[in-house]
Each structure stands twice: as C-alpha cells, then as structure tokens.
Write a protein of this length. Structure first.
Length: 220
C-alpha cells in the first residue's frame, strides 16, 4: 500500500469520526428530553428587563425539593423608571391566561401577571416548547367588570394605580404560588396524592404584554 493510499484512508477515517460526532450532537439536541439535559445548580432568583419600562422578577425559596415537598414561587413587576410610568394595558399573553395562577382575587379583571409551571428544563430561549401543567383553580362566580385600560407605575416600585370605571385602585403587582402536588389539577402528573414525579421543573412568570421569565427547580 503506497503512502498516498494510506493518507487517503486516514482522512476517510477522520472524516467518519467527525461526521459521527456531528450526527450524535444533532440527535441529542433534537431528541434528548429537556428535563434530562439540565445543570445541577439553579439560581433562586432571576429577572429580565422589558421594553415597557419595568422588569419582571421571579424568586424561589428553594431550587431542590423532595417529591412530597413544595416550593414557593414569587413573581413581581418592578418599574425601572425614575418617574411615573403610564403603561397601556394589553392582552398579548404568551400563554393562555386561564392556565396561569394569579395570587390576586380571581374576580380582579385585568390582573396583568400570572405564574405557571412546566415539567422539564426550559429557558428563555425554548419555553415555547413546554406545556403548562394544569393547576387547581378556585371556582368562583365573578360579576362582569371592565379591566383597566392603563397602569400608572410608581417609580422603582411594584405599586401601580389601575383606573377601572373611572375609579382609581392601588394595586401591588406581585403574585405568589405555593407549588406542590396538591397544586395540580386532578390527574395531572400525580403518582400519589402527595408526591411530585422526580425531575426538573420550570417556573414561568408571564405578563399581559407578552413578556416571559423562567426559573428552574428540581424534585428529587
């Protein structure tokens, strides 16, 4: 076998190794479930600036819980402006609003924040691939009220004035969800009445302007 043929076969083997590595990488990216490909440590608080002069903030009291335990998810909106910020109301939710948890009175029409949870490890870049877990929502009968048309956000604060029917109301724009297996609607992931299936979960904070913030925790 001459030197040219040896070199050729060596190049063929090298190219085969490179192609195999590329194929394995693509396969992992497409087919490995996101709740398997996740880091071991998650931050307890995250935030993101929005184009509307406020930030979204999400905090977890723990990022690792037992299947029988729970985690407190707290989300809030905070003005980043140094003067009163007039923000026009919207209905551009990234998720169905009815699937999100609101810590406010369920009869508060126009509440602009909601919290959700997805099974799996998702981020700001791929949260659209996830599905919100059905949460147990209280059954209430609400009178028909008009939502506010705008919010006056206090400088560097979560406080806002919402004008409804010509009357001003002071709202503190934050939400809290104590999440555990009993937070889930019947039949949603429950292996027992008191246990969550092990794995990584993604907490989601969304607002009515289409902004989304994600944070992760592990059940083990």
């Amino acid at each position: 076998m001459d030197s040219d043929e040896v070199t050729y076969q060596k190049n063929v083997r090298n190219m085969s190794v490179v192609l195999a590595a590329i194929i394995l990488t693509i396969f992992a990216a497409l087919f490995v479930p996101p709740y398997f490909a996740s880091p071991n440590v998650f931050p307890t608080s995250v935030s993101v600036a929005t184009p509307f002069g406020f930030s979204l903030n999400l905090a977890l009291n723990s990022t690792s819980i037992s299947p029988a335990g729970g985690v407190l998810l707290t989300g809030w909106l905070n003005s980043t402006e140094s003067s009163v910020n007039n923000v026009t109301a919207s209905v551009s939710w990234a998720f169905p609003q009815a699937s999100l948890w609101s810590g406010a009175d369920r009869c508060t029409a126009g509440w602009p924040l909601g919290i959700g949870v997805m099974q799996g490890h998702y981020t700001q870049d791929n949260y659209t691939l996830g599905v919100l877990l059905p949460l147990e929502q209280p059954l209430v009968s609400c009178p028909v009220t008009a939502p506010p048309q705008f919010f006056l956000l206090y400088p560097h604060s979560s406080e806002a004035i919402a004008v409804i029917g010509g009357n001003p109301f002071r709202w503190v724009l934050n939400d809290s969800l104590p999440f555990n297996s009993l937070s889930l609607a019947p039949g949603a992931l429950r292996s027992t009445v008191s246990d969550l299936p092990p794995g990584v979960y993604t907490a989601v904070l969304a607002d009515e302007w289409g902004d989304v913030l994600t944070a992760n925790f592990r059940v083990a």
